[in-house]
Design a protein around this ligand. Sequence first.
Ligand code: ADP
Ligand code: ASP
Ligand code: MG
Length: 424
Amino acid sequence: MARLVLKFGGTSVADIERIRVVARHVKREVDAGHEVAVVVSAMAGTTNQLVAWCKDASRLHDAREYDAVVSAGEQITSGLLAIALSEMGVPARSWLGWQIPIRTSNVHGAARIEKIETDALEKAFAEGRVAVVAGFQGLADNNRIATLGRGGSDTSAVALAAALGADRCDIYTDVDGVYTTDPRMTPRARKLEKVTYEEMLEMASQGAKVLQTRSVGLAMVHQVRTLVRSSFDDPDDAALVAASRTNTGLPGTLVCDEEEIVEQELVTGIAYSRDEAKITLVKVADKPGIAAAIFGPLAEAGINVDMIVQNVSEGDAMTDLTFTVSHAELDKARAVVEAASADIGYQQLIADGDVAKISVIGVGMRSHTGVAQKMFHALADRGINLHVISTSEIKVSVLIDAEYTELAVRALHTAYGLDGDTAA
Ligand code: ADP
Ligand code: ASP
Ligand code: MG
């Protein structure tokens, strides 16, 4: 017998029919003798609608009320899944974040899970009941509902798995695993059998939304074996039933430690993010203190700066400085810099929201050179201009014009030999 946390995303619970399929997946694990807790997202599209309503009601809405609104989608699906399970003869009860409680920080809209009380869930297990937990939400200090940021149900699931000491956390979604790149971007994407926590962390943080970045960080810290798999498989398929019984031969992609991976590729995956914007300050003084004058106020305003590049000045002690922020924060970042313009001193501010970041990721980069060079060649061959470059130990990222996103991803996928057998 194993203890499992199963998470189902928005497309997987999009309507009652899909929720019934989810219930059959849950039932299969229960019938195999496992203790099961389930985390659900809101029905596909619901959270977007709730967010839009908040924005429509007021551009400057209170973040606590935003959380009261956008957490509602998961309340519906947790109740519906508990009903569907009971209907199939599987005893189940729904739980909202505050009922467990899942304690979070007070950063409404992007709260962190701090502690999960497990008594109620342990009792549910002891009584042979499936606990269906609303994802994406918890309880902040002030006794108010807090949400975990978009895609946060993944984090709810992994955190719950860690708190319950689960043997595995299964993330059921609308693709059958983690691919070398977004399979919706290129049909040549190849499914990975295993991927390291580190690589998955980079892939997620560079835009691969199959797992929320924070969920991967938690999985790495708490060593939660996380399996990304499809909810669109037939729940009663004989091979799946056998795999559930033995916990071997499971489908999907396992996110795990590097030691578990026998053959490591040089490059594991390509990620892209269109949620980027760049700001260039033309002719700033090339002297000490300027970077602090720019990035200090941005940090105080809570704006995350990602890539930074400063051009070398030619004699006149003036330089151009470019940095990137998330697209959603472009207007705010621009306002902050403009407000500090007297301290910074620049000639012109150019904002560009039409950019994308493409990243090449692989732990093999630690021991091999030439990865970045291959990237630059492949992109140059396609005439794609690089605005900013940044690197880390296992990643190279470049900022390009958004219109070339697909071309760049496909070119790099081929250049690193990642194309699968389905290649046309
Ligand atoms: P859910 O609603 O189940 O949480 P998401 O839409 O958040 O699902 O994440 C699944 C999506 O992630 C897929 O439909 C796919 O388009 C996208 N994706 C991006 N990069 C990858 C990747 N490398 N491997 C698999 N899926 C990816
Ligand atoms: N429903 C939330 C969202 O759409 C959380 C999630 O799906 O993980 O962001
Ligand atoms: Mg998601």
